[in-house]
Design a protein around this ligand. Structure first.
Ligand SMILES: C[S@@+](CC[C@H](N)C(=O)[O-])C[C@H]1O[C@@H](n2cnc3c(N)ncnc32)[C@H](O)[C@@H]1O
Length: 248
C-alpha cells in the first residue's frame, strides 16, 4: 500500500500503481499553485486521496464502506491533512445526488465500476460533476488478464466463460460484475461526452512475477511497467486498464 512521505506529495510509488501516478502527477503539475477540488469515488482507505491532499488539494472520498472511511480518516490525520480530506458515506450509483454539477476539477474512479449496479449511471454522474476542463482517472479490471490468469492456473472453464460472457464474468461466483478492455473502457467515457486523452495498462507484469523477482529489483520492475504501459499488446493484457479523459 502506498504512503506519502512528505507534504510535497511524493507518494511511495510501486510498480502496481506507477502508470496511474505518472498520469495523475502530470495533471496535478498542470495546475501547479492552485488548490484543486478532487473527488475519489470508491476511494476506500485513501491510497490515492491522502497523497493528493498532501499535494495541497481538497479531496472528497465517497465510499460505501464505513470501515474504509474510518481508515481513511485515520490515515489523513496521521498524514497531517485531515482538514483537506472529507469522507462521505454513499453509493457510487447515487453519485449524481451527492455532488454538485460542474464543481470538480479531478475525479478518480478506481476499481469501482466493476462492482456498482450501473456503470453508465456512474460515468454520467462523473461527467456532470466535472467542471469544463476537468478530468477523470478511470481504473477498471481488464478482461484479457483475467482470462490468462484463470487459464494458466488451470481454470479453463472459467477462462472460457470470461471470453464469452458479455460482461466479462468468470461465472456466477465471480466477485466482479464486469470487466473491460481498452476500447470498451474508453468508449464508456466517450459515451458521456468526455474526450479520452490516454489509455494505459496497469500491472502488466506485477501480478505475474514471483515475489522474489519483485523484491530483488523493484525499481527495474517499476521502470518496465511504465515502459510497457502504453504499448499494445502489453497494455491490453494488464490486470487493470487506466483511462484518462477530460470534459472539454
Ligand atoms: C477495490 S476497492 C478500491 C479502492 C480504491 N479506489 C483504490 O483503488 O485503492 C473498491 C472500493 O469501492 C467501494 N465500493 C464498492 N461498491 C461501492 C458503491 N456501490 N458505491 C461506492 N463505493 C463502493 C468499496 O467500499 C471499496 O472501498
Amino acid at each position: 500500500m502506498e504512503s506519502a512521505s512528505s507534504r510535497t506529495a511524493k507518494p511511495l510509488v510501486t510498480a502496481r500503481t506507477a502508470a496511474v501516478w505518472q498520469v495523475l502527477r502530470r495533471e496535478l503539475d498542470r495546475h501547479a499553485g492552485r488548490e484543486l477540488t478532487v473527488l475519489d469515488v470508491g476511494g476506500g482507505t485513501g491510497g490515492f486521496a491522502v497523497p493528493i491532499a498532501q499535494a495541497g488539494h481538497a479531496v472528497t472520498v465517497v465510499d460505501a464502506s464505513p470501515d474504509s472511511l474510518a481508515a481513511l480518516t485515520r490515515r489523513a490525520a496521521d498524514a497531517g491533512v485531515a482538514e483537506r480530506v472529507r469522507a462521505v458515506q454513499g453509493d457510487g450509483d447515487a453519485l449524481a445526488s451527492l455532488v454538485e454539477p460542474g464543481s470538480v476539477d479531478l475525479i478518480l474512479c478506481h476499481a469501482v465500476l466493476e462492482v456498482v449496479d450501473d456503470p453508465a449511471d456512474v460515468v454520467t454522474a462523473i461527467a456532470a460533476a466535472l467542471r469544463p476542463g476537468g478530468a477523470v482517472s478511470l481504473l477498471v479490471a481488464g478482461r484479457a488478464a483475467a482470462i490468462l490468469n484463470r487459464a494458466v492456473n488451470g481454470h479453463l472453464r472459467q477462462a472460457s466463460a470470461l471470453v464469452t460472457d458479455p460482461e466479462g464474468r468468470a461465472g456466477k461466483r465471480d466477485t466482479l460484475r464486469r470487466r473491460y478492455d481498452a476500447d470498451s473502457a474508453a468508449d464508456l467515457l466517450r459515451s458521456v461526452g468526455l474526450k479520452v486523452e490516454e489509455t494505459h495498462g496497469v500491472r502488466v507484469l506485477a501480478d505475474l512475477l514471483p515475489a522474489a523477482v519483485v523484491e530483488e529489483d523493484p525499481q527495474a520492475l517499476l521502470e518496465l511497467e511504465l515502459a510497457l504501459s502504453d504499448r499494445p499488446p502489453f497494455r491490453d493484457i494488464a490486470a487493470q486498464l487506466h483511462v484518462f479523459a477530460r470534459r472539454t
